[in-house]
Ligand binder design. Structure first.
Ligand code: GLN
Length: 474
């Protein structure tokens, strides 16, 4: 049993005066301190969190309605701007940068009474699949300290699995909510592109980046999405939210058409994970879902396309860190050019530099057509192929990751192996569709996630299906 009840129940208890926001914040901060050895957290926001909790408790005493997340503590990946808090994105170049404003997602959560208690570790700038690319430290997997928690939102996922808070926020550009959720045995949702505002979140690949909740259950993730989603004047790519609440999870299995995505269940999938996934599929079938195999024929190109488009966007987004406006600035530089060069040379880690170089290369004159343009063309092809499959089935499913959580150090020296950890996940980002990772059991005592993918804007129905899976495998 978790030390945290369902999020809706915590909020109801706080609102009813049966639990206090202060008690919840203290519990979260104590758990963070007690489990510091996992290195999930970069910084705690003790003072702010305690002040907000006291305010909320005061308002409740006065009979005010605080909101749907009254007194619920949460943890944000350290690439979210939280007003007045350090925001490093786990990169040395942002050390000392204090957020002058706050991300829309956090504003919306706070407006409903949630309290941000800490900022979680990540691969620097969210580049990675294990948190080993963090410039500060590697987070340990809650189930096996010799293994990675997944990435890039590894600190957020580990924090939820370790019960430091009932939910955490992550970002998913190519895998980063779903992979750590799978590796830490929790739920992680990558919503439809544009459903949650990216305003106030450190940009990675702007056409791919999505913000998503990490939580213990589908209900919890759905509630957080319900609060965060919707159009935002500060992010022109945002879309209208569903009229129905995302917590309305009535998806019926009977007659539901689900495609087993051949490319996400290929021979790369580890045998133990495959067994758990196949058991879940059998249960879905027994419950009345119509299951058949489907294929996205160009899927084998998705990782290559991602690793052209993503670095291209990264190289552009990281150009703003020039040592003048944010965080670290080399004080030995004599000229402005030296200041740019030295600040960037010393401030960026290896992976950020690798992506800047790849991205600049694929966008450079003479190579643009061969790489960037070709990748964009294949991206469109993937969109068409996804649309075709979604004409035949309502949802697709497959593995999240080909392997269980890998050992710390196992892939860290080989970027290509690290990139391959995302083999089954970048497709959803390239196409913009929602996808979710739901725990479906354990293999050799390590958690296994099932990935479900839906049509654009089918987030509510997708969450409903995820909830059915959660019930079936319970
Ligand atoms: N692992 C992928 C990468 O390194 C995706 C990261 C992410 O989704 N932020 O780019």
């Amino acid at each position: 049993m978790s030390q945290w009840p369902a999020i809706a129940d915590i909020a109801a208890a706080v609102q009813a005066g049966k639990m206090s926001a202060t008690e919840n914040v203290e519990k979260a901060l104590k758990t963070i301190a007690d489990k510091a050895e996992y290195k999930a957290i970069i910084v705690t926001l003790d003072e702010n969190a305690r002040r907000r909790a006291a305010e909320i408790d005061e308002r409740i005493k006065k009979g005010e309605n605080v909101g749907r997340l009254a007194g619920v503590p949460f943890i944000a990946k350290d690439n979210f701007l939280v007003f007045g808090a350090d925001t490093t994105a786990a990169s040395n170049i942002l050390k000392g940068f204090v957020a002058p404003y706050q991300s829309t997602a956090i504003n919306k959560l706070e407006a409903e009474g949630a309290i941000c208690v800490a900022k979680a570790n990540l691969d620097a700038f969210a580049h990675g699949s294990s948190t080993e690319n963090s410039d500060f430290f590697t987070t340990l997997n809650p189930y096996d300290k010799t293994r990675v928690p997944g990435g890039s939102s590894g600190g957020s996922a580990a924090a939820v699995a370790l019960e430091m808070a009932p939910f955490a926020l992550g970002t998913d550009t190519g895998s980063s909510v779903r992979l750590p959720a799978a590796f830490c045995g929790i739920v992680g949702l990558k919503p439809t592109y544009g459903l949650v505002s990216r305003s106030g979140v450190v940009a990675m690949g702007s056409s791919l980046d999505v913000i998503g909740p990490l939580a213990a259950t589908v209900d919890d993730a759905a509630l957080v999405l319900d609060v965060m989603s919707g159009k935002d004047a500060l992010d022109g790519t945002t879309i209208d939210r569903d009229e129905s609440a995302y917590t309305d999870l009535g998806t019926e299995l009977k007659g539901l058409k689900i495609g087993i995505l051949k490319e996400y269940m290929d021979e790369n999938v580890d045998a133990g994970a495959r067994k758990n996934i196949e058991d879940a599929i059998a249960k879905l079938k027994a419950a009345g879902a119509e299951i058949k195999e489907v294929s996205v024929p160009s899927m084998h190109l998705s990782l290559a396309v991602y690793y052209i488009l993503c670095p291209a966007e990264v190289s552009s987004n990281l150009s703003r860190y020039d040592g003048q406006r944010y965080g670290y600035s080399d004080t030995n530089a004599k000229t402005l050019d030296d200041s740019y060069n030295q600040s960037r040379s010393n401030g960026f880690g290896k992976e950020a530099k690798r992506r800047i170089m790849i991205g600049t290369y694929v966008l450079s004159s003479g190579y643009y057509d061969a790489y960037y343009k070709k990748a964009q063309t294949v991206r469109t092809k993937l969109i068409n192929e996804f649309n075709k499959v979604f004409g035949e089935v309502d949802f697709m499913l497959g593995a999240v990751s080909p392997t269980p959580p890998f050992k710390i150090g196992e892939k860290a020296g080989d970027p290509l192996q690290m990139y391959l950890a995302d083999l089954f996940m970048t497709g959803a980002n390239l196409v913009g569709v929602p996808a979710i990772s739901v725990p479906v059991g354990f293999s050799d005592d390590l958690p296994v996630g099932l990935q479900l993918l839906g049509r654009q804007r089918s987030d509510r129905q997708l969450l409903g299906l995820a909830k059915r899976v959660e019930e079936l495998v319970a």
